[in-house]
Design a protein around this ligand. Structure first.
Ligand SMILES: O=C(O)[C@H](O)COP(=O)(O)O
Length: 248
């Protein structure tokens, strides 16, 4: 049996402001910092440890990982960062207030943009200065790989090569991994691992800063998965995440 830990970053500045974030590189709030340290504590209390860590190239996930590893006295383990673990690209919605967007386009439309498998949000303009092609961290990549908006299917497709090339082989080699990433890049992984249907994935919300522990069989199919922490608080955090896209 293998163990794999997934962790969405702690609360970010734009989570707090309820704005679509995607590839925008915002930092953690003080509460997000606290959530990350608490996640480290919970992981340690659970008796877990790690050999390798993976994260995106966005600072809310990187800092969350730092705080977890610091809390666990594991700052020395190798960390691999990759754009393939980034949040789903939210296209032209990035920066907009989620509730205001729902008031304008309707709750149902925003739910589809946030949670459907195959409906991408409106794309960022190719010449928009926020387009990833202008960001130095993506300079070495084939520009055709860079998204201007993604539906979850697109995120699954860019995430899977990372699973196949790094995560799965490392787990099979006996390495204990933690993956600190984002609400929708982790939905992509959970969908893949748990074989969640395109319809059911609409209902999956992952809260900030709560470790999700998977136990996997030898063939990497899940035996079980569970969040660490107080079940009521976790349910409330999941419901709050789901509710962010409704008009007030
Ligand atoms: O990119 C974002 O706005 C959040 O990290 C995830 O947002 P969502 O829960 O609205 O998909």
């Amino acid at each position: 049996m293998y163990t794999l830990v997934l962790l969405r970053h702690g609360e970010s500045e734009w989570n707090l402001q309820n704005r679509f974030t995607g590839w925008t590189d915002v930092d953690l709030t003080p509460q997000g910092v606290e959530q990350a340290a608490k996640a480290g504590e919970l992981l340690q209390e659970e008796g877990l440890s790690f050999d390798l860590a993976h994260t995106s190239v966005l600072k809310r996930a990187i800092r969350t990982l730092w705080l977890v590893l610091d809390r666990m006295d594991l700052m020395w383990i190798p960390v691999q960062r990759c754009w393939r673990l980034n949040e789903r690209h939210y296209g032209a919605l990035q920066g907009l207030d989620k509730s205001e967007t729902a008031a304008r386009y309707g709750d149902d439309q925003v739910l589809k943009w946030r949670r459907s498998y195959d409906l991408p949000p409106p794309a960022l303009d190719y010449d928009d200065q926020r387009h990833p092609r202008f960001d130095p961290r993506y300079q070495g990549l084939d520009p055709r790989l860079l998204p201007d908006a993604e539906c979850l299917r697109d995120t699954v497709n860019r995430f899977l090569p990372y699973w196949n090339d790094y995560l799965a082989p490392q787990i099979l080699a006996g390495k204990r991994l933690i993956v600190a990433a984002h609400g929708n890049s982790l939905r992509a992984l959970v969908k893949y691992l748990d074989h969640i249907s395109d319809e059911e994935i609409l209902k999956l919300n992952i809260p900030t800063g709560v470790p999700l522990v998977y136990r996997l069989k030898e063939d990497l199919t899940p035996i079980e998965s569970k969040y660490l922490g107080d079940p009521e608080e976790i349910q409330a955090a999941i419901a709050a995440t789901a509710g962010q896209g409704r008009a007030r």
